[in-house]
Design a protein around this ligand. Sequence first.
Ligand SMILES: [Zn+2]
Length: 67
Amino acid sequence: MDCTLEDIYNSKRIVKEYAIYHNICPKCRERLKLITYYEPKCEHFGYPASEEMSELRCDCGWNDGID
Ligand SMILES: [Zn+2]
């Protein structure tokens, strides 16, 4: 099979998007967990501020920041 680096990159990206869409880990195919947490931000007019962040994580160590 003749396959370029770009093909590999594109298929990996598609697999990742498909897996995330279906809440499946692209690495081990376990179910992903959506973790929501608050990122502290600098104080805003004297009040503490935070930003809601969420990320997909798996028990195998995979998260949606990893490519
Ligand atoms: Zn996993």
